[in-house]
Design a binder for this molecule. Structure first.
Ligand code: CP
Length: 319
């Protein structure tokens, strides 16, 4: 693995999930692998889980870790090529990424969608600029369109929690007043579609009309517009809000009936609730669900350490 930008960089999903589970069972087995190697974690946006879990995973592998918040700890970075830099961005990504690549053996980048220009967001400019100019492996810490470290942690969580061989997994849209990116939902679809193809899950998406995800992510997954219908017989309910893809970045409804409650979970096959966090209590999901044994959100967040460790281990073994 040279970069970890999306599922396309993974040659064997089963093996990567198993590697994460092995790391969880024995976190320090590969402490020599990262000795004298440095990872730079570069954040254009806020983070709790991604920052701490990736740092912890790198340390478990013996790596040195440097973290930087772009624009707060550093100069603002210009991403466009050939522009007259007479505005607020003091440094170009060409120099910044090239310099970081001299200090770091691996670079992790978080850069969310701006939700203003769909084509621009879906071109993944920041990831591609860093991959081009840093000349070291790049790890996606959540980009404009994907969050693959989260999706890998979600796969690990489903594998270790499932009670049937081929569980039914439902991705449900949740209400929110603010426009949020599609990255987590896109990525979850991408990884679950692969798991469905290999016979490991049955996968269904449910959302109000107008919240259709990009066709390249939802693929042939059944989309059901009736949440109650979709939840019937589900083993895992994966909740997430996203703004509209077709009316890009718009909030089309805040219908509170789409929030997940215990009444909704009663429609399932003793289904477990998952969410990547952070989550706004009682807006998207009730206290009762989050505080019940049906919630996997803490275990899911804990598994972020092991998904990061599996990915960093695979990259370290190639450099
Ligand atoms: N789930 C997730 O990526 O959390 P953070 O935004 O806190 O990193």
């Amino acid at each position: 693995m040279t970069n970890f930008l999306s599922l396309a960089d993974v040659t064997n999903v089963d093996a990567l999930i198993q590697s994460g589970r092995d790391a969880k069972a024995n976190p320090f087995a590969d402490q020599q692998l990262g000795k004298n190697k440095t990872i730079g974690l570069i954040f254009f946006n806020s983070s709790l889980r991604t920052r701490l879990s990736t740092q912890k995973a790198a340390q478990n592998l013996g790596m040195n870790v440097m973290t930087m918040n772009v624009g707060q700890d550093s100069w603002g970075l210009e991403m466009e090529e050939g522009v007259l830099m007479n505005a607020d961005k003091a440094e170009h990504v060409r120099e910044a990424a090239a310099v970081m690549g001299r200090y770091c053996d691996i670079i992790g980048i978080r850069a969310f969608a701006e939700l203003q220009d769909r084509d621009k967001d879906y071109r993944e400019q920041v990831m591609h600029q860093f991959a081009t100019y840093a000349k070291v492996p790049i790890v996606n810490l959540e980009s404009a369109t994907r969050h693959p470290l989260q999706s890998l942690a979600d796969c690990i969580t489903i594998e270790e929690s499932k009670t049937v061989k081929r569980p039914k997994v439902v991705l449900t849209w949740l209400p929110h007043f603010k426009p949020l990116p599609q990255a987590v939902a896109n990525s979850f679809c991408e990884w679950m579609n692969a798991r469905a193809l290999s016979g490991d899950v049955d996968f269904v998406v449910t959302h109000p009309k107008g919240y259709e995800l990009a066709p390249e992510f939802v693929g042939n997954t059944p989309v059901i517009y009736d949440q109650n219908e979709a939840f019937k017989g589900a083993d895992f309910i994966y909740g997430k809000n996203w703004s509209s893809y077709t009316q890009y970045g718009q909030v089309l409804t805040q219908d509170p009936s789409w929030a997940v409650t215990m009444d909704d979970l009663r429609l399932t096959n003793d289904g477990k609730f998952m969410h990547c966090l952070p989550v706004r209590r009682n807006l998207k999901v009730s206290d009762e669900v989050l505080d019940s044994p049906s919630s996997l959100v803490i275990e899911q967040a804990a598994n972020r350490e092991w998904s990061a460790q599996a990915v960093l281990k695979e990259i370290l073994s190639t450099i």
